[in-house]
Every structure is written in structure tokens, then in C-alpha cells.
Design a protein around this ligand. Structure first.
Ligand code: ZN
Length: 263
């Protein structure tokens, strides 16, 4: 399957950050992995989105929406049949209303924690925007049919008996946060969402920490260290078979886009 790399939301928090989404050409139509911000987030944003885009200093650029980028690539937005989400934070779910006909695949734990947040997830009060699912999307909530994917428990999303897209739970950043594994023409790509923010953190030989935004260290200390260790082990054991990207690393994204002839 062919993968296009899209930045669906630039923002600034001391550095230029991007929001890396994938557009996959699959036999079942186009599949979007994460969706950045959507058209309505720029034209008439909900209050939580307004707060977060001000904090994140998001420039208003409708051309960065997945909707417009799908069109620029020569597809119809109607061709997007599936959206697979790493998690339900506002910077990943904003595109849902732009593709109301698409099936939206999510890990059951993530769905539950976003729809029925516990008090100790109060930080997500702002991170999650219910406006993104006010149109009542065609949810596909995954929780059964577990199988092994390179030593990690995973839930098949597409591809039948030989899954080509799977949800790989990497909880921490949110309670049901997942990576999304995609079988491409050149091996497996695991989109790790916000399990790390710079690839140097999961360098299997010499990992280094990245200290970016004022609010990150809180989540950092609480959660993702174990997931990052699992990802380093994955790279160590399966070098050459699996590569990783995350949502907000501009350097990896820029490299991938410069290699791609279309963008
Ligand atoms: Zn994010």
C-alpha cells in the first residue's frame, strides 16, 4: 500500500511543530491515520479548540486540513473510507467532521476515556473537543480479535486474515492511546502518535530525552517511559522490518516529504 505523509496542523511551542498524518491508498479506499484540524476548527471553532489553538499558536491555514490535501493529491474527499485514530486529542480528531461518511476506527479504551473522562484526566478537559464527533461518526470500536504483531498485542483494523493495518496499544499519553501499524510497499510503518515527540527518544542505541513544551514534562513523568522502552526494543529486534514515525517530529516528517516525489 502506498503512503502519503501529510502535515495537518503546524504549531509553535518554542519550535516549529507539525502534526503528521498518513493517507494510505488501500484496496478498500483511502485510509487516513489521524486527521489534524478540520475546516470548522478554522472557520467556527468550538471554545476548547479556540483555547488550544491559541496556546499552541496554530496559524490559520485551511490548506493544511486533510480535506484540502486529499483534493490537492487528486482524490475526492469521498474516497476517504476509513479514519484510524491514535487517540482522541483535538489535534488528531479535528478532521472527522470533514469526512462524515468514513468509518472511524478507535481502540475501545480510548473511546471510553474520551466519552466518559474520569476526574484525574482533567488535563484532557482541554485536550479533547467533543465538537469533533458532534456529527455522530460511524465509530468502529476495536477490542477483540487480538493478535501478535512483532511481539506486541495488536487489534487488526483492515486486511482480513492477513491484517494490513492494526491498532497497537501504547497507553500513557491517554488511557487508550495506540500506535497504528501500516503495511506499506517498503515494510511496516508504525505511526506512534504522541508516544514520543522526537525520534531521538526511541533511538535504540543512544536515546536522548527531548524537553519541549511547558506542559509536556507532566505527562512525561507520569506515563510514556515504558512505551518508549518497548519501541526501542522493537527497533532493536526488528531493524529493517519496521520503521517508526510520531505525530509531532518536524525533522522526520521533512525528510520523508523530501523523499516523496508527489509532495
Ligand atoms: Zn498530539
Amino acid at each position: 500500500m502506498r503512503i502519503h505523509h501529510l502535515n495537518c496542523m503546524t504549531f509553535y511551542q518554542g519550535y516549529r511543530e507539525i502534526t503528521h498524518c498518513l493517507l494510505v491508498e488501500s484496496p478498500d479506499g483511502l485510509v487516513l491515520v489521524d486527521s489534524g484540524l478540520g475546516l470548522a476548527d478554522y472557520t467556527h471553532p468550538a471554545w476548547r479548540v479556540k483555547v488550544m489553538t491559541a496556546v499552541d499558536r496554530v496559524p490559520c491555514d485551511l490548506e493544511e486540513t486533510a480535506f484540502r490535501q486529499v483534493q490537492r493529491l487528486g482524490f475526492s474527499p469521498r474516497d476517504v473510507r476509513h479514519i484510524v485514530l491514535t487517540h482522541l486529542h483535538y489535534d488528531h480528531s479535528g478532521g472527522l467532521p470533514d469526512f462524515p461518511w468514513a468509518k472511524v476506527h478507535v481502540f475501545e479504551n480510548e473511546y471510553q476515556s474520551a466519552m466518559h473522562p474520569r476526574w484525574y484526566h482533567f488535563l484532557d478537559m482541554f485536550g479533547v473537543s467533543p465538537s469533533h464527533w458532534a456529527h455522530n461518526p460511524d465509530w468502529v470500536r476495536h477490542f477483540e480479535g487480538w493478535r501478535d504483531w512483532y511481539g506486541m498485542p495488536a487489534l487488526p483494523v483492515m486486511g482480513g486474515d492477513e491484517p494490513t493495518i492494526l491498532l497497537v496499544p501504547l497507553p500513557g499519553h491517554t488511557p487508550g492511546h495506540c500506535g497504528v501499524a501500516v503495511k506499506s510497499d517498503s515494510g511496516w510503518l508504525l505511526h506512534c502518535g504522541d508516544a514520543f515527540v522526537r525520534s531521538m527518544e526511541v533511538d535504540p542505541v543512544a536515546p536522548r530525552r527531548h524537553f519541549p513544551f511547558w506542559f509536556w514534562p507532566i505527562e512525561r513523568v507520569m506515563f510514556p517511559a515504558r512505551q518508549q522502552q518497548r519501541l526501542r526494543d522493537l527497533l532493536r529486534q526488528h531493524a529493517g522490518e519496521v520503521s517508526l514515525v510520531c505525530s509531532h517530529d518536524p525533522h522526520v516528517f521533512d525528510k520523508l516529504v523530501s523523499k516523496s516525489p508527489q509532495q
